[in-house]
Design a protein around this ligand. Structure first.
Ligand SMILES: Cc1ncc(COP(=O)(O)O)c(C=O)c1O
Length: 426
């Protein structure tokens, strides 16, 4: 006879404290303080100049991050949004272009396409909840210029299938690694496969400075042009007073520079990345092993399980009706859980809620980029139900955060809770 569910008054399966999902944020300690105090003591708060004798923390972070990720170049930015916009511009995405983006990602991946004055084309995700390579092929038109591959919720995209498609059609590949710091695909860090890889160091992310981002790239021109765009108009090129070195180096940009205080925090946070990833991966492995034979649930497949960041567990039930009661029961067992797609709650990670794009909202009466005279393909059409597979998967999935601070014992209790609830409600 199984134990009564906590939601019906039985004992909780998990009795320990739950941590919020701020993996790097909760670790902030003496190392971060030391780095920040050096910046303040030196009065060196701007990466490009300050009192003599101090080295830039932003530059130090860029060098260390590039090395850690196995990338030739790294540009630190103030956010992943700024990184995406700088990378797209650097890669030549602009008016008249279409860019394919998955229907499950934070809205920023899509909004920055519009920011670059290109038209977003929304594609299905597959069961891994990353972009479906088959749907990429269907969405390509003569105006397609690029693909945004989002390594969503810590799972790497299927790069072995995506890269040949991009090569065949001469498309730019930008990796959105905001939720995938330290994720690998076949042993190589994500962010180093495409033309550019963009990271977020916002507070919810694995390592953080509260806000922050980075662009990785392997091509000197792309790096140069990303530097130009992120810094208003290439103000701080190697020689700020020189003429442009090649056509395309100088153009008007924005300001997405990372400040020295954020750079200092990131120098310390980077040293935490390995142990945070190791802990989260271990917990995910314990839980996956513990529920692999559980009837009625199937864990989200991964394109490379060894490289999964382990930031969360996502598993499918066989019908969407079961999701809310299952999540409620798990939460009552002491394991905070939630469904993902609910038409009534505007979650900005799901395209069906991207009203600004679905209704082609622009800040002025000219509907740029949708009315762009340079766009030569058929007009791009949007509808709330245009990616039915994506909504089907998201409607049946349950999400549980796996904070790095939890213990292996916690992971075993989560297994117990899932199995207990599944026996009754799956
Ligand atoms: C997939 C994805 N892309 C982009 C972003 C934007 O990152 P930022 O807040 O650093 O601009 C986020 C942030 O949550 C994200 O999850």
């Amino acid at each position: 006879m199984s134990e009564q569910l906590a939601i019906y008054g039985g004992p909780k399966a998990k009795t320990t404290e739950n941590f919020p999902m701020y993996p790097g944020g909760l670790e902030i300690g003496e190392e971060e303080k030391k780095e920040v105090m050096e910046v303040l003591d030196n009065k060196y708060l701007f990466r490009y100049y300050g009192p003599a004798g101090a080295e830039s923390k932003v530059k130090k972070f860029e060098q260390a991050f590039a090395k850690k990720m196995g990338s030739k170049y790294c540009l630190a930015t103030s956010s992943c949004t700024g990184a995406l916009l700088s990378a797209m511009t650097a890669c030549g995405i602009g008016p008249g272009d279409e860019v394919i983006v998955p229907g499950y990602t934070f809205f920023a991946s899509c909004a920055t396409i519009v920011g670059a004055k290109a038209i977003p084309v929304i594609a299905e995700v597959d069961e891994t909840l990353t972009i479906d390579p088959e749907d990429i092929k269907k969405k390509i038109t003569p105006s397609t210029k690029g693909i945004i591959c989002v390594h969503m919720r810590g799972v790497p995209c299927d790069m072995d299938r995506i890269l040949p498609i991009a090569k065949e059609h001469n498309l730019v590949v930008i990796e959105d690694c905001a939720q995938a710091c330290g994720v690998t695909y076949k042993g190589k860090c994500v962010g180093t496969f495409g033309d550019a890889g963009c990271f977020s160091f916002q507070y919810h992310k694995t390592i953080t400075a509260g806000e922050g981002g980075a662009v990785l790239c392997q091509d000197e021109r792309i790096y140069d042009r990303a530097c130009s765009y992120h810094d208003t108009a290439a103000c701080w090129r190697p020689d700020r007073f020189a003429e442009q070195r090649y056509e395309g180096e100088l153009f008007c940009g924005s300001n997405f520079r990372m400040g020295e205080l954020a750079g200092a925090v990131m120098c310390a946070q980077l040293n935490r990345l390995d142990y945070l990833n190791e802990a989260m991966r271990r917990h995910l492995a314990i839980i996956k092993e513990g529920i692999k034979d559980t009837k009625g649930i199937s864990v989200r497949p991964c394109n490379d399980a060894a490289g999964d960041a382990g930031i969360c567990l996502m598993f499918y039930l066989d019908s969407r009706e079961k999701v809310a009661p299952f999540a409620e029961a798990l939460t009552a067992e002491g394991v905070p859980a939630a469904g993902v797609f609910n038409a009534g709650i505007p979650d900005w990670h799901i395209y069906a809620h991207w009203k600004h794009v679905l209704n082609e909202k622009a800040p002025t009466a000219i509907k740029c980029p949708w009315d762009c005279p340079y766009h030569k393909a058929q007009p791009v059409k949007y509808a709330e139900d245009m990616c039915p597979n994506t909504l089907e998967y998201l409607g049946r999935v349950i999400h549980i955060d796996l904070p790095a601070q939890m213990t292996d014992e916690d992971a075993h209790m989560i297994v117990k809770a899932i199995n207990k609830v599944a026996e009754v409600l799956a």
